[in-house]
Design a protein around this ligand. Structure first.
Ligand code: TPP
Ligand code: MG
Length: 194
C-alpha cells in the first residue's frame, strides 16, 4: 500500500497549476508537509467542508482546475455534497479521496466505513461523469494526468496506508488566506482578485 509521503509527493508535484483545497486532518498536514507550490486553501475546523468549499472555488474560477483533497472519514460525513457537485457539473473540478481507513488525525480509530465503501461507485451514482482509482505512485501520476485533462467533475480514490503519525504542522489559518491570494496572483498576474 502507498505511504503518505509517496502519495502526497505526487500530488504536490502534479497539482502545481491547480487551485487546491485540503480537508482538515491528514490532508492539510500531509499536503503542507509536501511543500506544494499551488495556491492552497488549507482548511481547519469542521470535517466534511472541503468538497463544498472547492465547488465554490470551481464555480468562481471556471478557467482553472480546482482539486480538493479530502479524507475518507470526512468524505463519509458529508456524502450529500456529491449530489450537489454532480448537479452543478463543474468541468474543472476534481475530488481526490485519500483513504487511509482511519480517522488518523482524530485518534486513529478505524473509519466507520473502513474497507467497505466504494467511493467511485458513490460518485458515479451521484452523477459524476468520471471516476478513477490509484493504488500506487505510477497509477496516481497517470490518473492525475487524465483527471486534469478530462472534463469533470471527477473523483479520484486513493487508498494509502495509515500514517501512524502525522507531520504535526498545519499553516496558521490567517496566513493561509494571504499566501493563497499571493500564489493565485503569481499564476494569474492580470486577473483582479477580491
Ligand atoms: C465535525 C467534526 N467532527 C470531529 C472532528 C475532529 N476530527 C478532526 S480530523 C478528524 C479525523 C478526520 O479523518 P479523515 O477525514 O479520514 O482524515 P485523516 O485524518 O484520516 O487523514 C476528526 C475526527 C472535526 N474536526 N469535525
Ligand atoms: Mg482517514
Amino acid at each position: 500500500m502507498m505511504e503518505w509521503k509517496e502519495a502526497f509527493g505526487v500530488l504536490a508535484r502534479r497539482l502545481a497549476d491547480a487551485v487546491v483545497v485540503t480537508g482538515i486532518g491528514g490532508q492539510t498536514q500531509c499536503f503542507f508537509a509536501s511543500q506544494p507550490t499551488s495556491p492552497t486553501m488549507y482548511l481547519a475546523g469542521p470535517m466534511g467542508l472541503a468538497p463544498s468549499v472547492g465547488l465554490g472555488m470551481a464555480l468562481a474560477l471556471p478557467h482553472r482546475r480546482v482539486v480538493v483533497l479530502e479524507g475518507d472519514g470526512a468524505m463519509a460525513m458529508a456524502l450529500g455534497c456529491l449530489t450537489t457537485i454532480a448537479n452543478r457539473q463543474p468541468t474543472n473540478y476534481l475530488l481526490v479521496v485519500v483513504d487511509n481507513g482511519t480517522y488518523e488525525s482524530g485518534g486513529r480509530n478505524p473509519t466507520l466505513n473502513a474497507g467497505r465503501t466504494d467511493f467511485c461507485a458513490l460518485a458515479r451514482a451521484a452523477g459524476f461523469p468520471f471516476t478513477l482509482q490509484a493504488k500506487d505512485a505510477a497509477a496516481l501520476t497517470q490518473a492525475l494526468d487524465r483527471a486534469l485533462a478530462d472534463p469533470g467533475p471527477g473523483l479520484l480514490w486513493v487508498p494509502i496506508a495509515p500514517q501512524g503519525s502525522l507531520p504535526g504542522t498545519s499553516p496558521f489559518p490567517y496566513e493561509v488566506r494571504y499566501e493563497f491570494k499571493a500564489r493565485l496572483k503569481a499564476l494569474e498576474p492580470d486577473r483582479a482578485l477580491p
